[in-house]
Design a protein around this ligand. Structure first.
Ligand SMILES: N[C@@H](CCC(=O)N[C@@H](CS)C(=O)NCC(=O)O)C(=O)O
Length: 196
């Protein structure tokens, strides 16, 4: 049985796993599934969340952070987690993942029936996204490293997901980040995996 990446077409977490796999040239098969009916997944990942990686021997690896670290460890390519800047890099990854998480929580609230929706919860997630993206404007010089690093992938995917599910007003407020993200988005794998 080959290694399988269970994924969903618009999952921002799944996208970073897929980009990492493709950038590192790893032979992993991707299966797009509906996680809400995927009870067969429970022994691989009892959290029943995507992305989930199923290894050849049936073991499961999750969540996206762990899958990306796993890919990085087995690829034999230069690492996406350079040691010279470890805490800063990990913190930028945490910020990007936090933006995605807030975007997903916002989305889940927005699509609830009106009688169950909490406008204040939506506002709270939007404020978290806006504040975090504005903070990234001050970190553009760190993101603008020449070699590919994991914080670049996560932040670029978080910004694309924000455009896709919420708004792109951040671009006007943060011209440096906008420029960096447009340039990074020209990478063929970024283009090929863009949510639509
Ligand atoms: N921390 C996890 C988050 C994964 C996650 O929330 N995935 C969503 C799809 S974007 C999911 O599976 N949602 C279904 C559910 O939670 O029931 C990761 O980084 O992989």
């Amino acid at each position: 049985m080959p290694t399988i990446l269970y994924n969903a077409p618009t999952s921002p977490f799944g996208r970073i796993a897929k980009i990492t796999m493709l950038e590192l040239g790893l032979p992993v098969e991707e299966k797009l599934i509906d996680v809400y009916t995927a009870d067969y997944m429970d022994k691989t990942n009892p959290l029943r969340q995507l992305p989930t990686l199923e290894l050849e021997d049936g073991r499961g690896i999750y969540d996206s952070r762990v899958i990306c670290r796993y890919f990085d460890g087995i690829s034999g390519k230069p690492t996406l987690y350079p040691k010279d800047e470890s805490w800063g890099l990990d913190t930028r990854i945490a910020l990007g993942l936090g933006i995605m998480e807030a975007g997903l929580l916002r989305r889940m609230e927005v699509v609830r029936p009106d009688s169950e929706k909490s406008p204040s919860y939506i506002t709270k997630q939007e404020a978290r996204i806006d504040r975090s993206i504005d903070h990234l404007e001050g970190l553009v010089d760190k993101l603008a490293r020449k070699e590919l690093t994991m914080d670049q992938i996560v932040v670029a995917c978080a910004l694309d997901y924000t455009d896709f599910r919420y708004a792109d007003a951040w671009r006007k407020r943060n011209p440096g980040l906008d420029r960096w993200q447009r340039a990074f988005g020209e990478r063929p794998i970024m283009k090929a995996t863009k949510p639509s």
